[in-house]
Design a protein around this ligand. Sequence first.
Ligand code: SAM
Length: 377
Amino acid sequence: MHEEQLSPFAGETMTQPTVGLARPRTAVTDLTAGNRPATPALVDQYGRVAQDLRVSLTDRCNLRCEYCMPADGLDCLPTTEVLSDAEVVRLVTIAVEQLGIREVRFTGGEPLLRRGLEDIVAATTALRTVNGVRPVTAMTTNALGLESRAAGLAAAGLDRINVSLDSLDRRTFATITHRDRLPDVLAGLAAADAAQLAPVKINAVLMRGVNDAEAPELLAFALGRGYGLRFIEQMPLGPPDAWDRGAMVTAQEILASLSTRFTLTTADPAERGSAPARHWVVEPGSDLPGGTVGVISAVTQPFCAACDRTRLTADGHVRSCLFSRTETDLRSQLRAGSSDDEIAAMWRTAMWGKEAGHDINEPVFQQPRRPMSAIGG
Ligand code: SAM
């Protein structure tokens, strides 16, 4: 357990645990929604408070990353089931104004495929949190088409961007994504940097025998341009046969690989807070500035106890965890005419039922029905 963390609501103090798996708060004896404390915040029975909302804007994507989607794609949601722009904005408004959400990250599928993206971002940045602060807005993207949209997104108020980039080798990139689009991604990254969507961060997933040897090169690329870089352990959220625990490149292996070229020291763990990545300080070299590198070891060192996320799928379902096997359907309520207060109450109940943690490392583990592209990474 670490420091007391203030609830987003004035006068409330809550304890947020740190990494590992969550444990029930000792004060809680009856783990039913009826025993939920009377707070407007998105609390769960383990003392976690969700303040970070991930919004999937579409389940469609124009890449087919092997660890995420089958090469021949997936059945997409029918258009009528996807939230309209106005519905997305209404749910985000409830989250920010009533539930204590401070950061909204747009993802997918590929969020740049959403025509109304800039309008949704602008409407989100016009909101104010319960403390009168503008919510932080961010986006995770593959950067295809970002070259022509980065400036407009920055003008709409987007604060930060994460670009997925697993290889700097054109052939390897095409092998992983099934599309020969590396130059477009690099152009998108440069445009995001020019538009000051800072700090630009890169997300990289390593696959054994495919791009795992590229870890040092990816870090050199990021350091040289002042981009952040986070490696993500591959999770069982893609095509059913795409994940193999034995073949997964672990955080430990990633660090060992980086250490062949860089000197790394552990950053202050207190700085991690609820952020999923553990950070290492990279010493400057003769040809490169220093910086930091993050590793998200979701499989080998779960950080569920520090999770402060809630997720909204493109069809308006709340998921409290990437690995949830249950969801709460807000879209039906919204379309049936429920009030904002009623929807907020359903969201709070959904969060109260959040799982202690994912059980990837347990024999009972079952991959969720929705793959990563349909949940929103
Ligand atoms: N299309 C966007 C993109 O490429 O960034 C946003 C959606 S994508 C699902 C979000 C992030 O999830 C990406 O950084 C991707 O690398 C990561 N991701 C997808 N499948 C994953 C898996 N099985 N394990 C770990 N990370 C995964």
